[in-house]
Write a protein that binds this ligand. Structure first.
Ligand code: FE
Length: 154
């Protein structure tokens, strides 16, 4: 079911968990330029510049490319690294992992479990209870607050 909030992206859905396998040119046509570069080509937000690195809203973080549910705000922690950081995902299948050997390092790349978008990397220096640090790009995330502000009647 298409999400009406993303008219340019017919693959976006917060309810459909069916895996998406789309050609690169399709992603290029439905994602913003910045999101396409991060999600499909592993670009990285500059530290301390993204929307969410120091954001403390209460709610849920979804994959910005496909709407897959990724993190809850109560698994987010204040990290000094300059990127939004979480100690666990909403469910194990929210993400998948891939060994990344770029830049002379061996890192654990984190990808969206539904669409394969590049989200960031996983490190073992996070806080309890998991000791994990999901170091994410704000560009790949989309936050939805638990309660929408309701306008007061005039
Ligand atoms: Fe996704």
């Amino acid at each position: 079911m298409q999400d009406a909030s993303h008219p340019a992206n017919p693959y976006y859905s917060r309810s459909d968990t069916t895996k998406l396998e789309l050609p690169d040119k399709v992603w290029k046509s439905v994602l913003s330029r910045d999101l396409y570069q991060v999600a499909r080509h592993g670009a990285t937000d500059t530290a301390f510049t993204g929307k969410y690195w120091d954001y403390e809203g209460i709610g849920t973080y979804f994959c910005a490319a496909c709407g897959n549910r990724l993190f809850r705000s109560d698994a987010k922690f204040a990290s000094t690294c300059g990127w939004p950081s979480f100690f666990e995902t909403v469910r194990p299948a929210s993400v998948v992992y891939r060994k990344d050997t770029s830049f002379g390092m061996v890192r654990n790349e984190v990808l969206c479990g539904r669409c394969g978008a590049h989200l960031g990397h996983l490190f073992d220096d996070g806080p309890p209870p998991t000791g994990k640090r999901y170091c994410m790009n704000s560009t790949s995330l989309e936050f939805e607050p638990d309660r929408q502000e309701t306008k007061k009647p005039q």
